[in-house]
Design a protein around this ligand. Structure first.
Ligand SMILES: O=C(O)c1ccccc1NCC(=O)[C@H](O)[C@H](O)COP(=O)(O)O
Length: 200
């Protein structure tokens, strides 16, 4: 499974995640988030990172022009659209992007058929909240287009292995405090998600 480590706020955490084998990193541009990071800082971190890691920037309630500008400026690879944007918004986007479904109920996960998408748990306020999506919603379907997010951690990531997700996405489950990653948790999460065994 691919692994995305989200809520990166500093280079040290980004490097730990890359060295441990993360496939993607996420940077949150939502000002109310405890994991908020400015475009200038995202750019400066990205400049030091290896090319093989996908750099994702998260957006909430902004217009397409802003997304295009931040993506061009930071040179990130993928915009993560964390809110319900309309068709006009997507027509204006000039960058690669992935949509997030904040799932309240089972049928929500069928949105955006034929696209890769992130399924996260619905919480009224935006944010890596640690809330989980019900795994039984994914029983008996092809989940290879889904990156599962929400409440994952080194303690529970083994539970998702049998569902055939494209990837998993974690933020608060590998933190020592909001906005700061715990090295051991990051390494353990990646090892378990990718290889199903526990290290160190
Ligand atoms: O993390 C935030 O504060 C945040 C703010 C606004 C929009 C999205 C935000 N985070 C999304 C994520 O980090 C993920 O989707 C995540 O992997 C799930 O979070 P968690 O349950 O903490 O693992």
């Amino acid at each position: 499974m691919k692994v995305k480590i989200c809520g990166i706020t500093n280079y040290e955490d980004a490097k730990v995640a890359c060295d441990a084998g993360a496939d993607a990193l996420g940077f949150v541009t939502y000002p109310k988030s405890t994991r908020f990071i400015k475009p200038e800082e995202i750019k400066s971190i990205i400049e030091k990172l290896p090319p093989f890691v996908t750099k994702t920037v998260l957006f909430v309630n902004v217009d397409a022009k802003y997304v295009n500008e931040v993506m061009a400026y930071t040179k990130a690879d993928l915009a993560q659209i964390h809110f319900e944007a309309d068709e006009g918004f997507y027509k204006e986007l000039t960058c690669r992007h992935i949509k997030v479904i904040r799932a309240k109920e089972k049928h929500d996960i069928e949105k955006f058929a034929d696209e890769y998408k992130i399924v996260d748990a619905y919480v009224p306020e935006y944010g890596g909240s640690g809330k989980r999506v019900a795994l039984e919603w994914f029983d008996g379907r092809d989940n290879s287009d889904i990156i599962l997010a929400g409440g994952l951690s080194p303690e529970n990531v083994f539970e998702v292995g049998r569902y055939g997700f494209y990837g998993v996405d974690v933020s608060s489950g590998v933190e020592s405090s909001p906005g700061k990653k715990d090295k051991r948790k990051v390494r353990k999460f990646i090892e378990l998600a990718k290889y199903g065994f526990r290290c160190g």
